[in-house]
Design a binder for this molecule. Structure first.
Ligand SMILES: [Zn+2]
Length: 107
């Protein structure tokens, strides 16, 4: 009898935290310097596999909690995060290098 892989694996590499579930779903987390917290996407996005200078597509659009009016819309390309002008934070319209994962996200 073949046993299926049931373990969830967590990997911190470069600027990306990767959580791979036995179901085949994968989550990737990067740190957003505009929102000052991590954004997590799953493998319905494309990831080029470059953990040091990742590219995710398509763009990542997030909203704040129901009690906070917030919008963050960005492209992550080659280790840079390009904020579109419809972001509500101070980095709207700017491109910045993707920072390393802060310690609180690296666990
Ligand atoms: Zn953000």
């Amino acid at each position: 009898m073949v046993t299926k892989k049931q373990r969830t694996t967590r990997t911190i590499r470069g600027k990306v935290k990767e959580v791979a579930f036995p179901t085949g779903e994968t989550w990737w987390t990067f740190y957003c310097p505009g929102c000052k917290h991590g954004h997590t996407i799953n493998n319905t996005w494309d990831f080029d596999g470059n953990y040091e200078a990742p590219t995710f597509s398509p763009s990542v659009l997030t909203y704040g909690s129901p009690w906070e009016e917030r919008r963050c819309h960005s492209f992550v390309r080659s280790g840079h995060i390009e904020f579109l002008s419809d972001c509500t934070h101070e980095l709207a319209g700017q491109t910045t290098a993707l920072p390393p994962l802060p310690k609180r996200l690296s666990q």
